[in-house]
Design a protein around this ligand. Structure first.
Ligand code: ADP
Length: 393
């Protein structure tokens, strides 16, 4: 069985083609600058990389080129080999708590919910429609970023604001990165050989969120109504006092969406360091004793530790902490600093084991009160697994 996982952005389309017999990646790649001058694609397969500039006026063009290339490059013999297409979908509001076979209703819901994810939902629809046009007979599955978090209780997902905001406008915590946190939950179940455990899953990349999981279900997560909430990120502020917004609007003569744009794109590591959103750059500057970089790094670590501590209490203790995504999988000093700040909970890591990148590794010592793992996330595989599962039902 071969399944394609698709992540469609407003001007991009990422894909991974899986052989589900052994869950191996047959090919993967990116179509970028769709509808913009200088569009191109890159396809990786069998250790090779093919890249070409080609006019792509819309997502349908990109899908046509993708399928042609898969055959031309002999990655597959014919399009009949593609058994299903899985789409990463961002916002399913409180209607979708699991992945679904895509039909007209799903597409119309994505459109209905577009105010909740104005950049992502319309792009997801473009991706779906492109495949519908080019591969109309092949079943498609939608995997929502928000779905895993639908098990939160009302006391967790409601904000302490007028109830009518929730009732009338859907103002509540939704949470994101659900596919990643679900993948991590499944990996931990496999590693521990059981389904019952208290897990704190730290997805820390350019975007970042932390999720508390009990017995396989999300209990709380750090992102909120939008991905701006929670921990500090590459360019996002995370939680702040909302009164800052009207104050800065007044000071800088900006409107609300301009200030929210500052909070999304010019805050976080980037805003605090006035240098870069990339943790590698920040750590280099820290080595040079750059004061702003040091404060930015320390604040970043502090916010992760705050959430781990909060979820430790919420879960009544923790069995496992997992680090994943760009920073979590790769940044040895950041993991070390976070774990050192958790020493009062009895967390101890082995510095040699922590000295690894991008592989599954248990970095805690045998006498640590909580097992700490690094687990590379794989949202594409999770999407492919859900797709296979639903088309086989
Ligand atoms: P996204 O949220 O865009 O998917 P990623 O999960 O790929 O982001 O994370 C990207 C971030 O990971 C980069 O901005 C960088 O800060 C961080 N990163 C990647 N490799 C390293 C590394 N070796 N050391 C520290 N940070 C790293």
């Amino acid at each position: 069985m071969k399944i394609i996982s698709i992540n469609a952005g407003s001007s991009s389309l990422k894909f991974s083609l899986f052989n589900m017999d052994d869950e191996s990646v047959i090919a993967s790649g990116l179509f970028e600058r769709i509808g913009i001058e200088g569009s191109k694609y890159t396809i990786k397969f069998r250790g090779e990389k093919v890249s070409q500039e080609i006019e792509l006026t819309n997502h349908t063009d990109a899908v046509k080129v993708l399928l042609d290339k898969l055959v031309d490059l002999e990655i597959i013999q014919s399009l009949d080999e593609i058994d299903g297409v899985g789409h990463r979908l961002v916002h399913g509001k409180d209607k979708y708590s699991e992945s679904v076979l895509i039909n007209d209703e799903v597409v119309s819901d994505l459109d209905k919910f577009k105010d909740f994810a104005p950049l992502h939902n319309p792009a997801n629809i473009l991706g779906i429609n492109a495949f519908r046009e080019v591969l109309p007979e092949v079943p498609m599955v939608g995997v929502f970023d928000t779905a895993f978090h639908q098990t939160m209780s009302p006391a967790t997902y409601l904000y302490s604001v007028p109830y009518s905001w929730y009732q009338n406008y859907g103002v509540r915590k939704y949470g994101f990165h659900g596919t990643s946190h679900r993948y991590i939950t499944k990996m931990v179940a496999k590693l521990l050989g059981k389904e019952e455990f208290r897990l704190i899953s730290c997805h820390i990349g350019n975007g970042g969120s932390i999720t508390a999981v009990k017995d396989g279900k999300c209990v709380d997560t750090s992102m909120g109504f939008t991905p701006l909430a929670g921990i500090m990120m590459g360019t996002r502020s995370g939680d702040i006092d909302p009164s800052i917004i009207p104050y800065v609007m007044e000071q800088e003569g900006k409107n609300a969406s301009e200030v929210v744009d500052d909070l999304n794109k010019r805050s976080g590591l980037f805003g605090m360091s006035e240098y870069s959103s990339d943790m590698r750059d920040i750590l280099e500057k820290c080595d040079l004793q750059d004061e702003k970089a040091i404060i930015a790094r320390d604040k970043y670590v502090r916010r992760v530790v705050d959430y781990i501590a909060q979820y430790y209490v919420l879960l009544g203790g923790a069995d496992v902490i997992v680090f994943t995504a760009g920073v979590g999988e790769n940044s040895i000093p950041v993991r070390r600093q976070i774990c050192e700040e958790l020493a009062c909970l009895g967390v101890k890591i082995d510095l040699d084991k922590n000295n690894k990148r991008g592989e599954v590794v248990k970095i805690s010592t045998e006498d640590s009160s909580i097992q700490v793992y690094v687990i590379p996330t794989d949202e594409e595989l999770m999407i492919a697994r859900d797709t296979l599962d639903l088309i086989n039902r």
